[in-house]
Write a protein that binds this ligand. Structure first.
Ligand code: FAD
Length: 496
């Protein structure tokens, strides 16, 4: 095995994007992935002859001239993606207290559509959109310009989404509706920074797309670019340890004992897991405990449904339903009151525009609900675990049926995943959806720098910057600027 310029741990979006950027710059990169399948949360799986997405269902900012589009143009994959735009007049529907509200694409359209339901709140809606756009303007990489340290982005991590919405309107229903898709960031009313809400919401209002045929296509296309640039990808290669010599990491030791040497290392997995691999005083005890003690975002139960042919209409929008009278309380369920919320969506397919082949529903679930099975291996968790999953699936189906009365009769087969599945497949702590939870009460504590005290170890992935397709894209670029220079890389992306 040659010595590589860069070893990247993890082949999720973060790992593949770092691999794309650095291999384009002539570096000899090697991506190490513990799973058989590359892609992390981009992975799809096939059951009943149909493809299911696991961790990327829809993405914002993909129309020409918008940020995600420009980034993907630079990565060399935008023209090869099979995309479908969600409903311009209602990409997300929020069903709250028995009424359904629509989020529309386009800033004026967004305001006007919600103003139809809240005529007295038109000015509040105008103010809301103005504020989130102002906030987003202050994030340089979001706007594809170099971060020269002048924008003070951190200030938008100091106010909570709850306080922000209170400052916009006193109308409690509108406050809840504006936070209705907060599952996208596992929002916590008095903790989630307004910056996170603004960056995600702004991107979706600009434009929203799904991947026809699944998000694995993104992973496959990125892998192709990395291989074309001479890069190496190794699956079934779990990194167990990072070996240091003379104050630098010298090699990654795999669980099968193989040693992979490199000049530089980028870890895109959870920082706590990365720290466990390094046995050195260079990473101070206080840094280690800070990272280990951070709270994680919520986890989730997912129902994957294979639908009978021509039985259930494709829904060109995502449906967020709440049983509670607050969109924030839904994670505080007691087991007899689960589920308190769900997101329901159908995936576009190549065979029919009218009917869906698959549907996915998800509802928050605490890791503690499945902790008793954490020590058994995947597929060997026993009858009790299977019965637990079946019971939860049936409860969720019953709830969906109340919103879509022909749903249960359209089901051919269904499959489920729990917080343990997310933990097993991505290595995220407690199966958390998005890794570390940002906290506006202590923003510096939850901000993870790509740099570490080990000079040739960088961090990336969803815990650096923020999670999600665009969040991880920006985080990957940020990490690579540490090796390539901020102005140099941003110019390349601008000029792509
Ligand atoms: C249910 C769900 C739905 C979501 N929906 C959306 C959505 O619709 N839109 C959106 O933008 N975002 C969504 N997200 C968030 C998004 O998927 C993630 O933020 C993003 O994909 C994370 O990418 P990553 O590269 O940081 O991590 P991951 O995708 O988790 O990749 C990490 C990789 O590292 C590998 N790994 C772990 N440990 C080791 C080791 N020791 N050695 C080698 N490899 C290792 C893992 O196997 C994995 O492949 C969703 C997330 C979840 C869980």
């Amino acid at each position: 095995m040659p010595k590589f310029d860069v070893v990247i741990i993890g082949s999720g979006l973060g790992g593949l994007l770092c691999g794309n950027i650095l291999s384009k710059e002539g570096m000899n990169v090697c991506i190490l992935e513990k799973q058989n399948q590359f892609g992390g949360n981009l992975q799809t799986f096939k059951r009943d002859g149909k493809i299911f997405d696991t961790g990327i269902h829809y993405v914002g900012g993909l129309s020409e001239g918008q940020n995600t589009h420009q980034y993907l143009k630079y990565f060399g994959i935008i023209d090869k993606l099979n995309l479908k735009r969600l409903d311009i007049n209602g990409f997300d529907k929020i069903n709250f207290e028995g009424k359904t509200y629509s989020y529309a694409q386009g800033f004026d359209n967004f305001i006007e559509t919600l103003a139809n339901d809240f005529p007295a709140e038109r000015n509040a809606l105008i103010e809301y959109v103005k504020k989130i756009r102002e906030i987003c303007d202050r994030f340089p990489l979001y706007n594809i310009r170099p971060n020269l340290g002048l924008d003070n982005e951190l200030q938008y991590f100091e106010t909570s989404i709850g306080d922000f919405l209170n400052s916009i309107t006193q109308n409690k229903t509108l406050q809840n509706v504006l936070a209705g898709n907060n599952m996208l960031y596992a929002g916590v009313q008095d903790k989630t920074p307004i910056g996170i809400h603004a960056l995600i919401t702004n991107s979706l209002i600009e434009s929203v797309y799904q991947f026809v045929g699944g998000s694995q296509q993104v992973a496959d296309l990125l892998i192709e670019t990395i291989k074309d640039n001479g890069g190496t990808l190794m699956n079934n290669s779990k990194v167990q340890k990072l070996e240091l010599n003379n104050g630098k990491i010298e090699s990654a030791i795999l669980s099968n004992g193989d040693i992979i040497e490199a000049d530089n290392f980028i870890s895109t997995i959870h920082p706590a897991r990365t720290l466990e691999m390094t046995d050195t005083k260079m990473l101070r005890k206080s840094y280690r405990s800070r990272i280990n003690e951070l709270d994680e975002t919520m986890s989730i139960f997912v129902l994957y449904v294979s639908l009978k042919p021509n039985s259930f209409k494709y829904q060109n929008s995502n449906y967020y339903h709440f049983n509670d009278d607050s969109v924030w309380n839904v994670s505080n369920y007691s087991s007899d009151r689960w589920p308190q919320n769900f997101l329901f969506l159908t995936s576009p397919n190549t065979n029919s525009d009218e009917y869906a082949e698959t549907a996915i529903a998800m509802s928050y679930m605490h890791y503690d609900d499945v902790k008793q099975w954490e020590n058994s291996k995947i597929g060997k968790r026993g009858n009790e675990y299977e019965a637990f999953k079946k019971q939860k699936a049936e409860k969720l189906i019953e709830q969906i049926d109340q919103q879509y009365p022909n749903f249960s009769t359209s089901i051919s087969k269904y499959y489920t995943s729990t917080p343990l599945t997310i933990k097993d497949y991505t290595g995220s702590k407690y199966g958390s959806m998005y890794g570390i939870m940002h906290d506006s009460n202590n923003p510096l504590k939850t901000k993870i720098s790509p740099k570490t005290k080990i000079p040739n170890l960088l961090l990336s992935g969803q815990n650096v910057n923020i999670h999600g397709f665009l969040g991880v894209t920006i985080g990957s670029v940020l990490t690579c600027t540490e090796m390539l220079g901020m102005e140099y890389l941003m110019k390349k992306i601008q000029n792509a």
